[in-house]
Design a protein around this ligand. Structure first.
Ligand SMILES: [Ca+2]
Length: 106
C-alpha cells in the first residue's frame, strides 16, 4: 500500500500525466477493488494520514460514512483541479475525488 506520502506523490504523478494522457494509463497499485473496499482506480487512505497534510477534518468525516477511518481517493485531472481551485481555496497537495470505502463499520 505504501506510505501516505508515497501514495499522494503517486497520485500527483498520475494527475500530472493526465495532461494530454488518459488518466487511466496511470492507475494506483490497487487496480482492482482493494481489501479496504475502495473501487478500482482509487487510492486507499486513512483519515488520520490525510489530516496532517491539510485535508479538512469535517470534509473527511462527511466522506467517511461508515466511520472506519478509511476513505478512497482518485486524483482529478489537472484541468479539473485548475477549475476547482479557481473557485475554492486549494491548500492540499492534490485535489481528489473522495468517496467512502464499502467495508468497515457499517
Ligand atoms: Ca470509511
Amino acid at each position: 500500500m505504501g506510505t501516505v506520502s508515497q501514495r499522494v506523490m503517486s497520485a500527483i504523478g498520475c494527475a500530472a500525466l493526465g495532461a494530454g494522457v488518459l488518466l487511466s494509463v496511470c492507475t494506483p497499485a490497487q487496480a482492482t477493488p482493494s481489501s479496504s473496499g475502495c473501487a478500482g482506480g482509487f487510492f486507499t487512505f486513512t483519515t488520520a494520514e490525510l489530516l496532517p497534510i491539510g485535508y479538512n477534518a469535517e470534509f473527511l468525516s462527511a466522506v467517511d460514512h461508515n466511520g472506519d477511518g478509511v476513505v478512497c481517493g482518485r486524483p482529478l485531472s489537472p484541468k479539473q483541479q485548475e477549475k476547482f481551485c479557481a473557485s475554492h481555496e486549494c491548500t492540499v497537495p492534490i485535489i481528489m475525488d473522495f468517496r467512502d470505502n464499502d467495508r468497515g463499520n457499517l
